[in-house]
Design a protein around this ligand. Structure first.
Ligand code: COA
Length: 173
């Protein structure tokens, strides 16, 4: 019988599983036309276990995990003191990434993780929770709109020598 979803703060020993899931979800989401060197490079460098160990040791970052039956289904990472693309976001908390494994989509995992970090942001007296999402990532855009986030502008994310249009989302309270 499946057990219910559980959420918990990530610890340093979780870096390996977070890295595995992040690599899987990143490539699944962004390598939609097939694999390219810049995507593979980004996945294997930015999402390496060592990088997550460093993020987990950073006092300005929080990572929350969603698990079921002892398996990781998704995680969310938020950070304070990041460079905000708009002045009014500077006192907010940034949602750096929210990744749910495809097999667990549309089961409320993303929403549960998002609610938890919204509570964390309020508890930290942040004025808002903000994030950027690739303008072609239509499932994510629909998800954040459904969760009550407003599009407050656009920005660009650069890697591999290319710039990708991103929408800036924000929920203020
Ligand atoms: C975006 C993402 C986090 C959503 O996670 P999820 O666990 O599937 O979302 P939930 O089940 O909590 O969805 C809650 C509601 O959001 C909306 N929603 C979620 N996914 C949607 C989609 N693909 N299309 C339209 N609406 C969607 C729906 O209203 C949904 O409620 P419903 O299923 O009862 O209709 C997930 O698709 C994901 O990890 N994608 C890959 C990584 C990514 O793009 N992350 C975001 C950028 S950082």
């Amino acid at each position: 019988m499946p057990t219910s979803l559980s959420l918990r703060l990530a610890e340093s020993q979780d870096a390996l599983c977070i890295s595995g899931l992040a690599t899987q979800v990143f490539l699944d989401t962004y390598a939609v036309d097939g694999m390219r060197a810049d995507l593979a490079e980004e996945a294997l460098s930015v999402y390496a276990p060592k990088q997550f160990q460093q993020r987990l040791a950073d006092p300005h970052r929080t990572l929350l995990l969603a698990e079921r039956n002892g398996h990781l289904l998704g995680f969310v990472e938020v950070a304070q003191n990041t460079r905000a693309p708009q002045a009014q976001l500077a006192q907010g908390l940034e949602l750096v990434r929210l990744y749910v494994q495809r097999h667990a989509h549309r089961q409320g995992v993303g929403q549960a993780l998002l609610h938890q970090v919204e509570n964390l942001a309020r508890a930290q007296q942040a004025c808002c929770l903000w994030l950027t999402a690739w303008a072609e990532n239509h499932p994510a855009l629909a998800f954040y709109l459904a969760q009550g986030y407003d599009v407050v502008g656009t920005t660009a994310y650069e890697f591999g020598g290319n710039a990708y249009a991103n929408q800036i989302f924000c929920k203020t309270w």
